[in-house]
Design a protein around this ligand. Structure first.
Ligand SMILES: [Zn+2]
Length: 308
């Protein structure tokens, strides 16, 4: 199998000095690439260092997540890290009202700042959303506008002449109301009828939402990534939603060291187990696991704009 784990936290493996073994086990399981995701000052530095050390296996994402509100944040440092060629996305960022609903306004402000940061650098975002789906969609809607602007009007040029009266580029409606119904091969980068080429804007990672949330994300051009949660006994409704996601928007991840898939519960999660996520998701969708691995791998390369 050929796999891409689009969301892995390496902090615990770095702390234990087991990164090399974790990468070896991943390679043995058919994981050809992983996105090492940062969320704090320390983890952002770590993932960029690791990605530079393991260029063939790792890419990196950097950002300040909602749990960093009270922690040191240095936007200049973040900008320097984000400029590294090993960095392919801004993340993990987002909203989580489950444990700390009282900080919702501050979370939204930080998330908005991160989204602006990403749009200005033309980097897709890796988004976390828990008990905050309405606010997430609101902010991603604003991000979507910024994202399109950053590609359609480079260097402060006047709007393109082919913009419609609402100021929307011609491709805007391509993921419209029938996005879920059409499990098509449409690529967000291959549309536009001569208009600007707009790459996909981001990933909703570790998706646990309902079909309505998925549909809104798809309409915004987002990719949807499933973790080991799809293997859990009580995840029947999630497996139903997973069936609805168009093949060309589907991604898989471990979110390790958390969320170890069945039947490995009790072990520390690691990228090698993304093979199990592929199996469970393939079973839910009624497709071959190797084919799903291949497709999600190609999708990951597309969202992260990786060559070859
Ligand atoms: Zn994560």
């Amino acid at each position: 199998m050929k796999l891409f784990d689009t969301h892995a936290h390496f902090d615990p493996f770095a702390a234990e000095g087991t990164v090399a073994q974790v990468l070896q086990r991943a390679a043995a399981a058919g994981v050809e690439r992983m996105c090492a995701v940062g969320s704090s000052e320390a983890s952002n530095e770590l993932v960029v260092r690791l990605a530079r050390e393991h260029l063939a296996a790792l890419v990196a994402a950097v950002g300040y997540d909602r749990d960093q509100l009270e922690k040191p944040r240095d936007m200049e440092k973040l900008a320097a890290l984000a400029a590294d060629p090993a960095v392919v996305a801004v993340g993990e960022i987002g909203l989580d009202y489950y444990y700390s609903a009282e900080t919702a306004p501050a979370q939204r402000a930080l998330f908005g700042q991160m989204l602006e940061f990403a749009a200005a650098r033309k980097r897709p975002v890796i988004v976390h959303s828990r008990y905050a789906d309405d606010d997430t969609i609101d902010l991603l809607g604003e991000f979507s506008t910024l994202w399109k602007k950053s590609f359609s009007a480079p260097h402060g040029l006047a709007p393109q002449p082919d913009l419609d009266p609402h100021g929307l580029a011609p491709w805007v409606n391509q993921f419209g109301e029938d996005a879920l119904a059409n499990a098509s091969t449409r690529s967000p980068t291959a549309q536009g009828g001569g208009g600007p080429m707009i790459p996909p804007p981001g990933i909703l990672h570790c998706f646990t939402g309902d079909a309505a949330f998925a549909e809104e994300l798809l309409a915004l051009g987002f990719f949807i990534s499933f973790s080991g949660i799809v293997s859990f006994n009580n995840a029947g409704p999630l497996r139903e939603v997973a069936k609805l996601i168009p093949e060309d928007r589907l991604l898989i991840e471990t979110d390790c060291p958390y969320l170890t898939p069945k039947p490995f519960r009790g072990k520390v999660n690691e990228p090698a187990f993304v093979a199990r996520v592929a199996e469970v998701l393939a079973e839910a969708r009624g497709v071959d696991a190797a084919a799903l691995a291949e497709t999600t791998c190609a999708n990951a390369r597309r969202i992260f704009q990786l060559e070859g």
